[in-house]
Design a protein around this ligand. Sequence first.
Ligand code: ATP
Ligand code: MG
Length: 369
Amino acid sequence: DPLQDSDLRNLAELGMGNGGSVMKVEHVPTGIIMAKKIVLIDAKPSVRKQILRELHIMHSCSSPYIVSSFGAYLAEPNICICMEFMNKGSFESVYKSLGGKNSRGDATPGPIPLGIVRQVAKRVLGGLVYLYEEMGVLHRDIKPSNILLNSQGQVKLCDFGVSGELENSVAKTFVGTSVYMSPERIQGSDYSVKSDVWSLGITLIELAHGCFPFSDTEVDFDDDETNGPGRMNGEMSLDSASLTPASAIPSAHHTRRKSRGVSLHGGVGTLSILELMHHIVREPPPLLITPLIPHSMEFAKPVTEGGAGVGQETAEEARVFVEKCLMKDPAERLSPRELLGTGWMRDGSANREAREGELDLRTWAGALP
Ligand code: ATP
Ligand code: MG
């Protein structure tokens, strides 16, 4: 039977993005819990039908690294896309609450252990290889909020670019602009699988640092004060005055919930989305900073926090991996397949002890609130 709105019962709101919102729903006839994405579109009926046809590709996706789809339908003026519900949410929400609660009781961001980030990276690459090699599509929107987790420890990609028409018709102010965009894409060159790899590199740094990487605030792993004044939370203030109304601020990804308004320049100044784009194109790419462990403790340290005690070799492999994701020239940047063959992704390589001590994703995910 085709999916229809009247069969779905709203349970909770899961989140709001630029293009719409996502609800947790129950499909009453079957009792299946789903995530329903509601996208407000601005398109003619013929284009709407085209979008639905394109979204149908999602239906034929079958990969452990891709969120499965139950179908899409029109509910004027919206398009609704029903997908598998991932009960631990996105990696954006995961890391943004890893720092515990502050004195006001708000969740604060914190770094995800490197051993976990490694396993996430492997699965995202698996998803990219599947989309590219089996489905012939690029993801186009890799970022922490589009990488989902469930309590079985499964990691799956959502919101990939199956529908060019949908992309064109989403009623948002700043179409296709994201702070995860590669230098070549900012400069208007062709999009390739290498552009997805750049976005993955930025995403991995964000998860491992517990903050968005384009900042001049230092990453401090020993800091117990999770909400100290210099702590970045991956959000930035934008100087609205420096932008034209047409390039309205709200859709620059990190500005949506800028309640804490940490500026990119550590409080000294603010960086507009345009300045950030210039920065990405002109400046060296960001680096992964891994916690330093005294050499003598390399293997001795018990791995109590999901691979927090990774050895130096693993940390070095991780830095090299991220560097290969963030080569500014896409020709030098590795492809997802090539990245899967690098040291950091191999289970039995250099740091066997560190690898074996790694918490598995299921245990880690299960322990999350
Ligand atoms: P943007 O609009 O900039 O892409 P976004 O990815 O956060 O940002 P949405 O795609 O609308 O926006 O998603 C909103 C939130 O809904 C996500 O951050 C995620 O936490 C949650 N979400 C999306 N899909 C699912 C799902 N299948 N299962 C559980 N939660 C989901
Ligand atoms: Mg999304």
